[in-house]
Design a protein around this ligand. Structure first.
Ligand code: FMN
Length: 196
């Protein structure tokens, strides 16, 4: 029997009326399998500090993966599909996403080092969907998305990163619903074209 597709939904949306979440839900509606949501607001991960970093290194060295501290990394590495919903904050993503990245970057779980110290990925997913909305135009570098994409290709072994972005939502006179439905249509089209 084929194992069910494991979909990991990383929800970094903060506002009750989040537009990013609406678009992420559109992406999720196209995916089939068991969805596990990691709500970063509710999870309140803490940035690594001297003590937690040392504790994590001790756990990894001992091969002990039962500690809840390693759960975000284990879930990330085991997922078949990943959807990350992150509003555009301060030209990047919310700090909760950076903290989550610190927690999933575990040597021996999400990546490892091979010959010549080259990192190679240990993650199962073939693709990560990055969903974002921005109040103004997104800067050409799109640094939050670029960071995730580079981590996926250089470290996690996730070859494809798909960006769905809506921008200009907070500009005076913006037709928010039109921008969102245009982005939703692009999402639908992407899935139609992929036939997944
Ligand atoms: C703390 C904070 C920082 C923001 N920084 C930016 C920014 O740098 N550039 C921008 O275009 N919009 C910025 N915005 C606006 C949001 O990107 C925009 O409102 C987005 O649609 C919010 O997503 P949400 O509806 O899912 O909460 C910021 C909003 C907040 C609350």
């Amino acid at each position: 029997m084929r194992e069910e597709n494991k979909i990991l939904y990383i929800n970094a949306c903060v506002r009750e009326e989040s537009r990013t979440r609406r678009l992420a839900e559109r992406v999720l509606s196209h995916l089939q399998g068991e969805v596990t949501e990691l709500n970063l607001e509710a999870l309140s991960l803490r940035p690594l500090n001297r003590e937690s970093l040392a504790r994590r290194e001790a756990l990894l060295a001992a091969g002990d993966r039962s500690d809840p501290m390693l759960a975000p990394a284990l879930a990330f590495a085991a997922a078949d599909e990943i959807v990350l919903a992150a509003p555009y904050w301060d030209l990047s993503f919310p700090a909760s996403v950076k903290t989550w990245i610190e927690h999933i970057n575990c040597i021996g779980i999400s990546f490892a080092y091979g010959p010549y110290d080259r990192p190679y990925g240990l993650c199962r997913a073939k693709r990560l969907f990055y969903v974002m909305t921005a109040g103004r135009p997104i800067m050409p570098a799109n640094s939050g998305f670029a960071q995730l994409r580079e981590l996926c290709t250089c470290f996690y072994g996730i070859p494809e990163t798909v960006l769905f972005a809506a921008q200009g939502l907070d500009l005076r006179g913006a037709d928010v619903e039109a921008i969102l439905s245009d982005t939703a249509e692009r999402i639908d089209k992407w899935f139609r074209d992929q036939k997944i």
